[in-house]
Design a protein around this ligand. Structure first.
Ligand code: NAD
Ligand code: 13P
Length: 417
């Protein structure tokens, strides 16, 4: 059977770490994957010592991303590529790993320039809010590119994983079967190599034969609605792109993967916990100690579950938030040591805005919580639901200077938790 070529789109702190993980695994599973992993890099010139060079040259020569993941040796089978279209050429597995504010432009460039049967995995933590509502990046990428896209998220602070310190992650992947003729019942039952605790539902699909040897599959999106995306099946000559194959691409001895089907829960967990991590940073920066931090984490978790149930109720599973790495574990680690937490804490300690800290202290790394707080707030406000989500609302209002951290206890009392 034909092997899959893998491209990681993005090369920041997490993008480079995920490229390291998958490049180790393409070497470990040569029967399934081409060894070389393409990594698309947003090109920039980097100064190091008394030298200057393009970041792609530095990565390819020294096997280190000295700007976004310094002091970590990258496998030599990672090829840093400044050309997006060249990096994705011939790739059947696309791993999206960018700050969410940049994905729109990337998808515009990719449209029509990828393999029609490619499959995606989004490692992006954020949501896309528009007039139509709130969309998951996995869905949004899938609809935009006409492919199926799952989601990877977990308690995954990149620097720890890059140093190969053990952790867990969750991958949600629930496409219809690649090849309908291998599944005459036309019902996909996702397979897990580890127990699939959260919402392991079977997808239903209908199959529309096209002219020639192509077939399009209609499937359901994370809300349980018929998806706009008509999928091109992975050709039979390829290894199936199922839970087993993805597990082998991502699982490492130091990075334990649990495969599930709840794409909405996994994606929302990763996005919404960033708002809560900012709140944890605010109260910690104010010197209120661990009890206050635990209080905002509890309230935040309640709001995350409520949001999932309210807007993705058809498919989202509460268990994803409470039992998966992508839920409560990510909330905890992000509220103890994530960048959103650290920047919010410093901002309060120094009496400056979080954006100022991001600009001066992050060396080009991007926070996701500040824009997610604004996007979620605009979505809730439009629906008159700000009071139902007092913590999410308080975080946005603190970022906007409309409330102060000292208001948090009162604002939580007035909320309806
Ligand atoms: P990062 O914040 O470390 O780096 C920023 C990246 O954005 C760099 O690769 C930079 O080259 C790129 N960039 C800058 N301007 C750009 C532009 N105009 N167009 C395209 N790219 C541009 O990024 P990251 O940590 O890899 O984050 C990617 C995603 O991973 C985010 O959604 C984040 O929430 C998620 N995530 C991060 C971590 C972590 O610990 N870093 C862990 C889990 C998930
Ligand atoms: P930050 O972007 O706040 O560092 O969060 C990292 C993360 O998502 C850990 O799981």
């Amino acid at each position: 059977l034909k092997k899959h070529k893998v491209t990681v789109i993005g090369s920041g702190n997490w993008g480079s770490t995920v490229a390291k993980i998958v490049a180790e695994n393409t070497r470990a599973h040569p029967e399934l994957f081409h060894q070389e992993v393409q990594m698309w890099v947003y090109e920039e010139t980097v100064t190091y010592g008394d030298k200057q060079d393009k970041l792609t040259n530095i990565i390819n020569q020294h096997h280190e991303n000295i700007k976004y993941l310094p002091n970590i040796k990258l496998p030599s089978n990672i090829v840093a590529n400044p050309s997006l279209l060249d990096a994705v050429q011939g790739s059947s597995i696309l791993i999206f790993n960018l700050p969410h504010q940049f994905i729109n432009k990337i998808c515009e460039q990719l449209k029509g320039n990828i393999l029609p049967f490619a499959r995606g995995v989004s490692c992006i933590k954020g949501v896309n809010v528009s007039d139509e509502g709130v969309a998951l990046f996995s869905e949004w990428i899938g609809d935009g590119l006409g492919i199926y896209c799952g989601a990877l998220s977990g308690a995954n602070i990149a620097s720890e994983i890059a140093a190969e310190k053990w952790c867990e992650t969750t991958i949600a992947y629930d496409p219809p079967p690649m090849d309908p003729s291998r599944n005459p019942s036309r019902t996909a039952t996702p397979r897990s190599t580890t127990p699939n605790r959260a919402n392991d539902r079977a997808s239903e699909l209908s199959v529309t034969p096209l002219t020639g040897d192509r077939t399009e599959l209609q499937h359901k999106d994370a809300r349980g609605r018929a998806s706009k995306t008509k999928l091109t099946p992975v050709p039979q000559e390829y290894h199936p792109l199922d839970h087993d194959t993805l597990w082998k691409l991502f699982h490492r001895p130091y990075f334990h993967v649990n495969m599930v089907s709840d794409v909405a829960g996994v994606s929302l967990g990763g996005a919404l916990k960033n708002i809560v991590a900012l709140a944890a940073g605010f109260v910690d920066g104010r010197g209120w100690g661990d009890n206050a931090k635990a209080a905002v984490m509890r309230i935040g978790l309640v709001e995350m579950v409520r949001f999932g149930k309210e807007f993705f109720g058809e498919t989202v599973s509460g268990a994803t938030f409470t039992e998966e790495s992508a839920g409560v574990a990510d909330l905890i680690t992000s509220s103890m040591g994530g960048r959103n937490f650290r920047c919010a804490k410093k901002a309060v300690e120094r009496g400056v805005s979080v954006q100022q800290i991001e600009e001066t202290e992050m060396n080009g790394q991007k926070l996701q919580g500040t824009s997610t707080a604004a996007e979620v707030n605009s979505f809730l406000k439009q629906r008159g639901l700000e009071n139902e989500y007092p913590l999410f609302t308080a975080v946005h209002n603190i970022l906007e200077g409309k409330n102060s951290v000292d208001d948090i206890p009162d604002l939580m009392m007035k909320g309806r938790l």
